[in-house]
Design a protein around this ligand. Structure first.
Ligand code: ZN
Length: 114
C-alpha cells in the first residue's frame, strides 16, 4: 500500500478511536444501575431497564469496535496494515474504505462466519 493511502486510513482509524473511546468512557450514566425508585411506576421502571440494556449492548459493541480500531492502528505501526491476519494476503482497498478496522480479507472473513 502506498504511504498516502496508509496515511488516509490511519487518519480515519485515529478519528474512529477518538469517537469510540469517548463513547465507551463517557456514557457511564447511561449504564448506571437502574434505581428501584418506588416513585416511578412499574412500566417506567421496565422502560428504564430496557433502555439500560440497550445502552449496555451498544456499549459492548462500541468496546469491540474500539478494540478492532486499536488493533488496526497497531498494524499501521507495525507496517502490516492492509495485510490479512490469517492468509497474509492483501486486503482489498474497497474493503478497507468501507471498514478501515478490517484485519482479515473478505475470503477469510467469510470463512470465519461459516
Ligand atoms: Zn485472508
Amino acid at each position: 500500500m502506498d504511504s498516502g493511502k496508509l496515511e488516509h486510513f490511519k487518519k480515519q482509524l485515529e478519528e474512529m478511536e477518538v469517537e469510540l473511546s469517548a463513547a465507551v468512557e463517557g456514557k457511564a450514566e447511561a449504564t448506571a444501575p437502574v434505581t428501584l425508585d418506588t416513585s416511578i411506576g412499574r412500566l417506567s421502571r421496565m422502560d428504564a431497564i430496557q433502555s439500560q440494556q440497550m445502552a449496555l449492548g451498544l456499549k459492548a459493541r462500541q468496546q469491540q469496535s474500539l478494540l478492532r480500531v486499536r488493533n488496526a492502528l497497531k498494524a499501521v505501526a507495525d507496517g502490516t496494515y492492509g495485510q490479512c491476519r490469517r492468509c497474509k494476503g492483501p486486503i482489498a482497498i474497497e474493503r478497507l474504505e468501507a471498514q478501515p478496522d478490517a484485519v482479515v480479507c473478505v475470503k477469510c472473513a467469510e470463512s470465519a462466519i461459516r
